[in-house]
Design a protein around this ligand. Structure first.
Ligand SMILES: Nc1ncnc2c1ncn2[C@@H]1O[C@H](COP(=O)(O)OP(=O)(O)OP(=O)(O)O)[C@@H](O)[C@H]1O
Ligand SMILES: [Mg+2]
Length: 261
């Protein structure tokens, strides 16, 4: 780690450089529904945090708030020591720092796979076209779909499309990647190929927030599990402690239900 940015951050009295994403007393309502309630959460550089919890507990809203697809009512969210910008150019730049992969892949249907990955760097980062395409090809190779580069999304399997979506997010060189149930729309045989790519990213040191009910992934890749219920973080623990020995009744109840099927 270089000493220059550390010294600068110390001078600015910014939070320690190891804290990459910090949510401080974040609240969010949808009308009368208090969907995020006093959320305090710090994600360190290189950390993999799995967010788990019942349907409607606020997991997606939390992810969407982190890259400001949703506004928050009060509290603060900082990325790498900088508060989330309200709008405009700064917001676009921040969004580029936060990669997002959803359950539905959201690829551009009329663009080739290669163009889907190269487009962001060209349009948002102003990257040279041929450089962006070379990098896009390398990323597609990395996630195992390099030989699909010339096809259109509809010609790929769900697992392949989701790996393209991951490559597209990585192309922006994000500081943190958010995954919101990335495998839940996939046929069972395609889940593993996507989880494998995510495991590899985790091993390479990518900072990741992953909403998933994939216990195997949580156990082997997560540094921490955050359990949400009714808009609150009810429990935080390392994955082994959480799955083998949950403390709260809510977590025990939830785990007994998902382990039952
Ligand atoms: N745009 C919206 N307008 C109104 N209510 C919303 C909106 N988005 C989400 N909600 C509500 O907020 C609550 C939290 O939703 P959220 O999608 O964050 O839950 P979740 O934990 O991701 O659930 P799931 O596991 O089903 O994906 C739910 O009650 C949901 O119905
Ligand atoms: Mg959700």
């Amino acid at each position: 780690m270089s000493e220059v940015p550390l010294a600068k951050e110390a001078a600015d009295a910014a939070p320690p450089a190891e804290d990459l994403v910090v949510l401080d007393k974040v609240n969010k309502h949808f009308g009368a529904l208090h969907v995020l309630q006093d959320i305090n959460l710090t994600i360190k550089r290189g950390e993999v945090v799995v967010v788990i919890g019942p349907s409607g507990s606020g997991k997606s809203t939390l992810c969407r708030a982190i890259n400001r697809l949703e506004t928050i009512d009060d509290g603060s969210i900082t990325i790498d020591g900088r508060p989330l910008p309200e709008e405009g150019r700064e917001l676009a730049r921040l969004r580029a720092d936060v990669g997002m992969v959803f359950q539905s892949f959201n690829l551009f249907p009329h663009r080739t796979v290669l163009d889907n990955v190269a487009l962001g760097p060209i349009k948002v980062r102003g990257q040279d076209k041929s450089l962006a395409r070379t990098r896009a090809q390398a990323l597609l190779d990395r996630v195992g779909v390099g030989n699909q580069a010339g096809k259109y999304p509809a010609q790929l399997s769900g697992g392949q499309q989701q790996r393209v979506a991951i490559a597209r997010a990585l192309a922006m060189e994000p500081k943190v990647m958010l995954f919101d149930e990335p495998t839940s729309a996939l046929d069972p045989e395609m889940i593993n190929e996507v989880l494998e790519v995510m495991q590899q990213l985790a091993r390479e040191g990518m900072t990741m927030v992953v909403v998933t009910h994939e216990m195997g992934f949580a156990r082997s890749a997560a540094n921490r599990v955050v359990f949400m219920a009714d808009g609150r973080i009810v429990e935080e623990a390392d994955p082994h402690q959480f799955f083998d020995n949950p403390r709260s009744d809510r977590a025990k109840d939830f785990l007994s239900k998902i382990l039952a099927h």
